[in-house]
Design a protein around this ligand. Sequence first.
Ligand SMILES: [Zn+2]
Ligand SMILES: [Zn+2]
Length: 447
Amino acid sequence: MDILEKALTMLSKCPLCDHCLGRQFALLGYNIENKDRGKALKLSLTLQASALNSTKNAEGVKRLKVLAVNGFSREAQETLQHLKKRIPKKDQTKTCFLCESKFQLLDSLTHDALNAVANCEYTTFLVGIELPVAVEEREDEFKAAFDVSYGESIRHEFGRLLGKRIAELTDKTAEYKKPDIAVIINPFTERVRLQINPLFVAGRYRKLVRDIPQSKWFCSKCRGKGCEKCGGTGKLYPESVEDLVSKPLLEAAEGEKTAFHASGREDIDARMLGNGRPFVIEISKPKKRFLDLKKMEADVNTNAVDKVEVSGLRFTNKDAVRRLKKAESAQKEYRVLIEFENAISKEDLRLLEEKLSGALIKQQTPLRVLHRRADLTRERYIYEVKVKKGSLKRAEMHVRCQGGLYVKELVSGDEGRTMPNVSELLGNRAKPLKLDVLNVIMDDHVR
Ligand SMILES: [Zn+2]
Ligand SMILES: [Zn+2]
């Protein structure tokens, strides 16, 4: 069927605005808006009808009426007026069969969307369209009935047009994969809501003291509600690395909450020194995204002075969290101060370096974490061990190993659950006194 004929058949059955008629022919012609396609079809049909009328064919006036009423065509209406033909009043109140004439609301919807995003900081956005189910079903049935094969969907046209307008008026970029915000617009209820995607900030932290856990540690008695044991705080430790680092960022971003992701964790009583441990903070629903990270770094460090120190803060994305988790087995460097039951000799220390450098350690889940971790045996490589003698019964051991090795148990032996171990190798009971993480080495630098 000829496209003009098809357009006329559609209009004879259903009232259609320029957008909705043009959209059924969206894949014809390039760089033409549906609105202009619809208008061009209606104009061409008006000319055809005029030509029929001039040959005294009654079909001409009949078609002009279809265009004037179901096509909302001003040109057809004026042509009829010129021919002294009237259009009944009741026919003039029709709305578009497909969009209920909601495409007329593009300006006010754009205005509402701009209002909704006005207090947000963002660079990229995406427009999402919410439609009543009935609207989409109606369009599907319409397309089937008229055998539409080069059309666009109503959802797509609304999304495209509103996205374009918002981009032009805000100077922001529409982005489909990872937008900062999604503006969800329902043209039928005229509701606009925002979905603000999280903000990710990466960096490294050093923990300079021995009594702060990495993450919030809820009180074991009340599980966070607050009780006598925890002094009403709900926390077993008043501060954590997570708290100290997250709080200033959460406040600056005016977000809802934060999640703290790190590449492994040190024990509460171990310090984290060297370059620090990589982490990513995820801030939910941030109203502000353009944070001055140099200033944030200074704020965190002032706030947590002598306890925790952050460096290299930078913006990142969700992928970085996955890379952090993957990097948990990255190389780590530890320093542990060991106390022995009996005196040690230089020969003992040489033996430790020789036996432990390059060794594969079989480690059953340590007894001290067995209550919260599955009991299984893991294998971890030690790349290098260096030992320095301290006093008669003390030594300082440097270990460079695969991440995930429990170093305290490497020293004590954990009742034979870690093999080989320092106590067993020397036949001299060894106890870890102080543990520091000196370095977290990541080949694939986390961005
Ligand atoms: Zn319409
Ligand atoms: Zn409590």
